[in-house]
Design a protein around this ligand. Structure first.
Ligand SMILES: Cc1cc2nc3c(=O)[nH]c(=O)nc-3n(C[C@H](O)[C@H](O)[C@H](O)COP(=O)(O)OP(=O)(O)OC[C@H]3O[C@@H](n4cnc5c(N)ncnc54)[C@H](O)[C@@H]3O)c2cc1C
Length: 477
């Protein structure tokens, strides 16, 4: 269909490269109005009392939107900023500027789909056309070798089928120019809100962070450049990916992927180029393997809908969880008395990031050692993670909670054994739990093994300078 004026509504696809909606709108010859709408519902307080979007992600989002606007301005466009419910605000704008179509990326979870449907209904009632685009995954939904309702429940089956029977589509190039309407149509494109308007403070700078995360496509592409090409880290990714400290043990692409500043296909193409120009090995494949995990959780969420947020999960397991707010708070604050758990939870609290290894351990601890409602953990992560992705977060939590479709029954992580394997000398714990820093070597993981006299010598008093452990942990061996 031919349109004269198209609104491209940006959501979790904050980029100009490999942006099908933008690409199609620009190549149609129509005037194009890119729009971002800050939805107040994304900043509401959740049942556990934390904001849905905490300050780390809030800041990253604002930076990403600002970067998108700069990149659009470089190609003669702009980004109109709205605030309010998109299903209302975008329709009002469309009527005001006489747009005849709205293009946007499809989301998979119920709240977002409700917004999509309301927006479509309102648009159609006013004679405005809409087009949805599937943009968030490596494999396009239409290229799956099965309908989404038949997505295999087990990851390995899913991976093997897509690897064998589907291929990754090429990326869309960035448009060279946007035909943005003149001032008589859009006199002002609007100011970006500040964090404070959503009740959030700028996060304090944290020198112990794995790295500085700047929001936006430009910084995301910069991270590909530094991790793949300058640092040449991709060739050892499989061996380093379980690390805990520093920039380079894993890609750190997650925050840019979550807001769509980077598309998985852009990363895929860079991996293929790296394999041609530098090296192809198990590590280069493994990064793609992880992106397939990301796809898997997205398609499983699309298949099961709201069940992924429910305590019974997709397995429909009966609810027998504890809901002890005081114990839960100790976990959130990194005050459980188990140093490896506390180090990871403090990293999350003070930096907005935690390694995959850390996430698995703290989640298992909450669920298996404390027996606390896994949805509380997922909800806290939602607030705190800079890279929160609705499907990856709730999907992974459901797995740990034992209510997903993991064929391995018991996902218990022995925290001390994990500490021994991944933080043998205790350096990671020393970084985030400084009150124990004087305990030498691996002993920092189990201060309860030292005598009161030994601890006293280095100024530690269990239950006073550091909490007593909430649980008796199994030994390392
Ligand atoms: C309890 C729990 C909650 C999680 N919540 C999130 C979340 O909200 N957002 C998120 O992006 N990831 C989440 N993960 C998955 C994983 O921990 C992060 O993607 C990863 O640590 C991000 O670091 P990275 O980009 O350096 O990863 P890398 O190891 O470099 O992996 C590359 C990319 O692959 C994808 N990926 C890797 N592992 C997984 C996985 N297990 N599931 C889905 N995708 C994966 C991510 O997009 C990641 O950026 C969660 C894992 C657990 C156990």
């Amino acid at each position: 269909m031919n349109f004269n004026r198209i609104i491209v509504w940006f959501r979790n696809d904050l980029r100009v490269k490999d942006q099908e909606a933008l690409h199609k709108a620009c190549s149609s010859g129509a005037e194009v109005i890119p729009v971002y709408c800050f939805d107040p519902r994304h900043f509401e307080t959740t049942e556990i009392g934390y904001p849905k979007t905490g300050s780390f992600r809030g800041k990253f989002l604002l930076e990403s939107v600002a970067d998108l606007r700069r990149n659009l301005r470089k190609i003669d466009g702009d980004l109109v900023i709205l605030r309010g419910n998109p299903e209302v605000e975008i329709i009002t704008l469309a009527e005001r500027v006489k747009a005849d179509a709205i293009f946007f990326s499809e989301e998979v979870t119920a709240e977002e789909q409700h917004v999509d449907k309301s927006l479509e209904k309102a648009a159609w009632s006013k004679g405005i056309a809409t087009e949805r685009f599937w943009q968030s995954t490596l494999y396009h939904i239409e290229d799956l070798p099965f309908p989404v309702t038949q997505v295999p429940e087990v990851f390995t089956q899913f991976r093997k089928s897509v690897e064998k029977m589907a291929s990754v589509r090429p990326t869309y190039p960035q448009p060279n120019k946007i035909n943005f309407p003149n001032e008589s149509v859009i006199p002002l494109s609007g100011e970006l809100p500040g964090l404070k308007s959503y009740g959030l403070e700028d996060p304090e700078p944290e020198r112990r962070s794995v790295m500085e995360f700047d929001g936006g496509e430009s910084a995301g592409l910069g991270r590909i450049q530094s991790y793949f090409w300058e640092g040449d880290h991709l060739k050892v990714y499989k061996e380093t990916r379980n690390g805990l400290m520093g920039e380079d043990y894993s890609s750190k692409f997650s925050a840019w992927l979550a807001l769509g500043c980077l598309s998985p296909r852009t990363i895929y193409e860079e991996v293929k180029r790296y394999e041609k120009e530098r090296k192809k090995n198990q590590s280069t494949y493994w990064l793609i393997f992880e992106l397939i995990w990301r796809d898997y959780f997205r398609f499983i969420t699309k298949k099961h809908g709201n069940k992924v947020f429910k305590i019974e999960g997709i397995k429909n397991t009966r609810d027998s969880w504890r809901r002890d707010s005081a114990d839960f708070q100790r976990w959130c604050e990194g005050q459980t008395g188990v140093p490896f758990v506390d180090a990871n939870m403090r990293e999350l609290k003070f930096s907005g990031f935690m390694s995959n290894r850390g996430r698995q351990n703290v989640a298992s601890f909450l669920v298996n050692d404390l027996g606390i409602d896994w949805t509380w953990g997922a909800s806290y992560f939602e607030s705190q993670l800079i890279d929160y992705d609705v499907c990856s977060n709730w999907g992974n939590w459901m797995y740990v909670g034992g209510v997903g479709n993991d064929p391995r029954e018991n996902r218990y992580f022995n925290i001390l054994r994990q500490g021994k394997n991944y933080d043998k000398n205790g350096d990671y714990v020393r970084l985030w739990v400084p009150e124990l820093a004087d305990i030498k070597g691996f002993d920092i993981h189990q201060p309860w093994e030292l005598s009161t006299a030994q601890l006293k010598k280095i100024g530690i008093q269990m239950g006073n300078t550091y909490p007593q452990s909430m649980v008796d942990l199994e030994g390392v061996f």
